[in-house]
Design a protein around this ligand. Structure first.
Ligand code: ADP
Ligand code: MG
Length: 267
């Protein structure tokens, strides 16, 4: 990995490989857990098309399938039927190696509980996805420090993750999700464990990073105040995604509205 003066150094190649327009799509996604009499269908038929630059909120009560859906989009789990497309390529057609690359490079994932390694420092946690790609340790730590600066945690970079506050841990988790320059940021109730003030700060940080790094972001949230500040709100209802009112009218942060993407058909 060559040294980079600007952040994030990998994004251009990731984005270039993504088709203009829809970055991430889901068609007729179905997810059933268990089988026989115990089978539980959580997602019936989910259709989704997320355009480059969008900040989309997915809302729904606990148990409605938000996490299940994000895991399918991130290839952390496989659908019972239906297809997820990244840059117009069906994930099911990718080799194991290409899928691992997709998870590591194209998607940044932030969990409700940060999933940091508590005994490692903030910078080691952020560097982890780079080290998994066999990047050199000093270069990985250097880039981790750049991202910790982006999330306002330079002064805590040598602290063990377990010593940080909940809000700080979530900042580290966001830096870790972005260190590989992903095309898409998926965040699963990233503010769900935080008090109101910290939740607001984390959302503002995500909004700022979304803008400055021209991310495509999907945020699952309970918090209707936050969802109303996204470009689009989709509700998960009985296994279907349904457009909701209330998104910021007339605001287009996508920069470019695609003309070649297939018709959007949520719901
Ligand atoms: P949400 O994130 O909206 O709260 P989830 O996607 O976590 O909802 O869960 C939706 C439903 O799917 C829940 O009823 C949950 O118990 C069930 N579920 C999730 N994962 C599994 C699994 N691996 N096996 C069985 N049931 C699951
Ligand atoms: Mg969840």
């Amino acid at each position: 990995m060559s040294a980079a003066n600007t952040l994030p150094s990998d994004r251009s190649e990731n984005i270039a490989s993504a088709r203009q327009g829809a970055v991430l799509e889901a068609r007729a996604l179905r997810k059933t857990f268990g089988s026989g009499a115990k089978a539980l269908t959580i997602l019936e038929e989910v259709n989704l098309s997320v355009q480059e630059g969008e900040l989309v909120a997915i809302v729904g009560p606990s148990g409605s399938g938000k996490s299940t859906l994000l895991h399918l989009l991130a290839a952390l789990d496989t659908p019972t039927s239906g297809t997820v497309y990244f840059a117009a390529k069906a994930l099911e057609t990718l080799s194991e190696e290409a899928l691992a690359e997709f998870r590591n490079r194209s998607i940044g994932f932030v969990w409700q509980r940060h999933h940091l390694l508590p005994d490692f420092t903030a910078e080691e946690n952020v560097a982890m996805p780079l080290l998994m790609r066999a990047a050199g340790r000093s270069e990985a730590l250097r880039r981790a420090d750049q991202w910790l600066e982006q999330v306002g945690l330079t002064s805590r970079r040598r602290h063990r993750a377990g010593e940080l506050s909940g809000g700080e841990q979530q900042r580290v988790a966001i830096a870790r999700a972005l260190v590989n320059g992903p095309a898409v940021l998926l965040a699963d109730e990233p503010t769900g464990d935080l008090d109101e003030q910290n939740a607001e700060a984390i959302f503002e940080l995500m909004q700022r990073l979304h803008r400055t790094h021209r991310l495509t972001s999907i945020l699952a949230t309970h918090n209707s105040g936050l969802s109303h500040r996204c470009n689009r709100i989709l509700g998960l209802e009985h296994g279907h995604l349904v457009p909701r009112d209330g998104q910021v009218a007339g605001r287009d942060t996508s920069g470019q509205r695609p003309t070649t993407a297939p018709a959007r058909s949520e719901g």
